[in-house]
Design a protein around this ligand. Structure first.
Ligand SMILES: *Cc1c(COP(=O)(O)O)cnc(C)c1O
Length: 491
C-alpha cells in the first residue's frame, strides 16, 4: 500500500519551496533593502579591489540541509562576493568592455524567472517567442536588414558568434573532408571567440588568413582581396570573412563597405562581430562608422555591452532567417505536439538551445520603460567622452596615444624620460589598481604594452572621466619623481 502519511509529510516539508504571501513580503523587503544599500553605496565603492586571503571563504560555506534567513545569506554576498575583483557595476569601470547592468533589466529578470515560460518553443509560449522575435526584428532594423531576416537571443557574444560560424559552415555546404581547404579571413584584432568557435564547431582544420591591418588597426581590404583571389586560384575554398564592428583591443571598426565588396564578388559569408560596437548604430556617428554592416550575412551585437544590460545577453541577427533554420531546426518525437506552422519560428529552431531563460524580457522592459532616446543619448555621450579623454591624455607631456577612437575604446602609454617604457606603464597601471577608484585594462598592440580605456558603462559620465584623467596625471608625476629620486640616490 502506498504510504500516504509519508507523502503528506514530504508535502509539508517541500511546501517551504512555495513561500506564502507573508514570507514573500519578507523576501521582498530583505532583497529591496540589500539592493538599496548596494546602489546607494555604489558611487563610493572602488571599481577594483585586489582579493585578500578571505576571498576563498565562500568555498567553505556549507550547502545546508536546513534553510537560513535571507538577510544572513545576503551578508555572505556582501562579505565574500561583491568586494573583490572588478566592480562592473561601477561607473569607474573603464576596463575590457563595460556595460553596467541596468536596474530595470533586473526587474525583467525577476518577472521572467517567476513567469518562467518555455521561451524556446512557440507552441508553449507564443507570447515569449513573439517578444524575442520583436526584439530581433528591431535589431535587424537598426542594422538595415530587409526582408526575411531573423536571429536569436543568446547568452552572450561568444555563443552568438559560434552560431554564426556554424550557420556559415552549413550555408557553404562544407563537409568535414573539405574543412582543411576552407579559408576564413580575420585580422589579428578579431575577437578570440571566433577561433574558439572554429574549434568548438569541429573546424580547427580550417585555414585562418590573418589579413594585415593598417595603422588604425583596420583590415587592409586590398590585401584581403588579393589573398581571396590567390586562395581561390590555388584550389582552396574562400569561405567566410569576419569584420569587426569595433574591436575589443583598440575599438577599431573595419572598413565594412569594402569588405562587403570583396565578400559579394567572391561569394564569401560576411560576418560582422559587432558585439561591442553594434548598438552605436543608435547614434549618427555610429551609423557612419558602421556603414556597410547592412550588406553582411550575419551580425553579433551584445545588449550586455552596448545597451548596458546585466551579463547574459548577446544577439545574432542574420540577413536571411532561412540560414539559421537550415542549420538548427531539428525534430524530436517528444516535441511532436509543437510542430505546426507558426507565424514566428521558435528560437529552438534558430539556435543550438532548447530550454532557455525568458531573456527577451530583460531587454524589452527597459526599452519600454525608458524609451530608446536615453540609450541613444548615453551612447553618444560615451563617444564624446572617449574623444575628450583621448584628447586630454594626448596633451600630457611624453604621452603617446593610439589612434583617435573610432568608437569608445582607446589606448595610450607614457614614454618616460629614462628607464623602460613597459616597466613604467605597468607601474602606472599598478598605481591605478592600488587606488581602485578607476579600473582600466592593458593590451599589447604591435608588440607594445599599452594601457587601454573603454568607456561604455551607463554610469560613466564627465565626473568619472575627469577623475580618471586626474589619476593618470598624478600617477605619471609620482612615478617620474620616484624615478628621479632613485636615479639621484644611485649616483
Ligand atoms: C565581448 C566581445 C565578444 C564576446 O562576447 P561575450 O558576450 O563576452 O561572450 C566577441 N566579440 C567582441 C568584438 C567583443 O567585444
Amino acid at each position: 500500500m502506498t504510504d500516504k502519511k509519508r507523502i503528506r509529510s514530504l508535502e509539508k516539508s517541500s511546501r517551504v519551496l512555495e513561500p506564502n504571501r507573508e514570507e514573500r513580503e519578507g523576501l521582498h523587503i530583505a532583497a529591496e533593502n540589500w539592493l538599496e544599500a548596494f546602489l546607494n553605496e555604489l558611487p563610493s565603492k572602488p571599481a577594483w579591489r585586489e582579493p585578500d586571503g578571505s576571498v576563498g571563504y565562500i568555498l567553505k560555506i556549507p550547502i545546508p540541509e536546513k534553510g537560513r534567513d535571507l538577510r544572513s545569506i545576503l551578508s555572505e554576498v556582501d562579505n565574500h562576493i561583491t568586494p573583490w575583483g572588478l566592480n562592473t557595476a561601477s561607473g569607474g569601470d573603464l576596463g575590457y568592455i563595460p556595460g553596467g547592468g541596468l536596474v530595470a533589466s533586473a526587474y525583467g529578470d525577476l518577472l521572467a524567472a517567476v513567469i518562467n515560460p518555455y521561451a524556446g518553443v512557440y507552441a508553449s509560449s507564443p507570447g515569449a517567442v513573439n517578444l524575442e522575435a520583436r526584439l530581433v526584428q528591431w535589431m535587424a532594423g537598426l542594422i538595415g536588414f530587409e526582408g526575411r531576416s531573423g536571429g536569436y537571443l543568446a547568452s552572450g557574444g561568444s555563443l552568438a558568434n559560434l552560431a554564426a560560424v556554424v550557420a556559415a559552415r552549413e550555408h557553404a555546404g562544407l563537409s568535414s573532408g573539405q574543412f582543411s581547404k576552407a579559408v576564413i579571413y580575420l585580422t589579428s584584432q578579431t575577437h578570440h571567440c571566433v577561433t574558439k568557435a572554429l574549434k568548438v564547431s569541429g573546424m580547427s582544420d580550417a585555414l585562418c588568413r590573418w589579413i594585415p591591418v593598417d595603422a588604425r588597426f583596420r583590415m587592409d581590404t586590398e590585401k584581403l582581396n588579393r589573398q581571396v583571389m590567390e586562395d581561390g586560384a590555388n584550389g582552396l575554398i574562400p569561405w567566410m570573412v569576419v569584420g569587426s564592428g569595433g574591436t575589443t583591443d583598440s575599438g577599431a571598426v573595419d572598413p565594412l563597405e569594402a569588405i562587403a565588396d570583396v565578400a559579394e564578388s567572391n561569394r564569401l559569408w560576411f560576418h560582422v562581430d559587432a558585439a561591442y560596437g553594434g548598438f552605436f548604430l543608435l547614434t549618427a556617428q555610429g551609423r557612419e562608422r558602421l556603414a556597410g554592416i547592412e550588406r553582411s550575412d550575419s551580425v553579433v551585437m551584445d545588449p550586455h555591452k552596448g545597451l548596458f544590460l546585466p551579463y547574459g545577453l548577446g544577439a545574432l541577427v542574420v540577413r536571411q532567417e532561412k540560414h539559421l533554420l537550415n542549420t538548427f531546426q531539428s525534430k524530436a518525437s517528444y516535441l511532436q505536439d509543437t510542430e505546426s506552422e507558426n507565424p514566428v519560428h521558435s528560437p529552438s529552431d534558430l539556435s543550438p538551445e532548447l530550454s532557455k531563460h525568458f531573456r527577451s524580457l530583460r531587454l524589452w522592459l527597459p526599452l519600454q520603460l525608458h524609451g530608446v532616446q536615453p540609450f541613444r543619448d548615453a551612447l553618444e555621450e560615451k563617444l564624446l567622452l572617449a574623444q575628450y579623454a583621448h584628447q586630454e591624455i594626448g596633451r600630457i607631456d611624453r604621452m603617446e596615444v593610439g589612434p583617435e577612437p573610432d568608437l569608445s575604446v582607446f589606448t595610450f602609454r607614457y614614454l618616460p624620460e629614462s628607464g623602460e617604457t613597459e616597466t613604467f606603464n605597468r607601474a602606472l597601471h599598478h598605481f591605478l589598481l592600488e587606488d581602485g577608484s578607476i579600473f582600466i585594462s592593458s593590451t599589447r598592440l604591435n608588440g607594445a604594452y599599452m594601457l587601454r580605456a573603454a568607456i561604455l558603462s551607463f554610469r560613466t559620465h564627465l565626473n568619472e572621466v575627469d577623475h580618471f584623467l586626474d589619476l593618470i596625471r598624478r600617477g605619471v608625476r609620482e612615478l617620474e619623481s620616484n624615478q628621479r629620486e632613485d636615479a639621484s640616490s644611485s649616483t
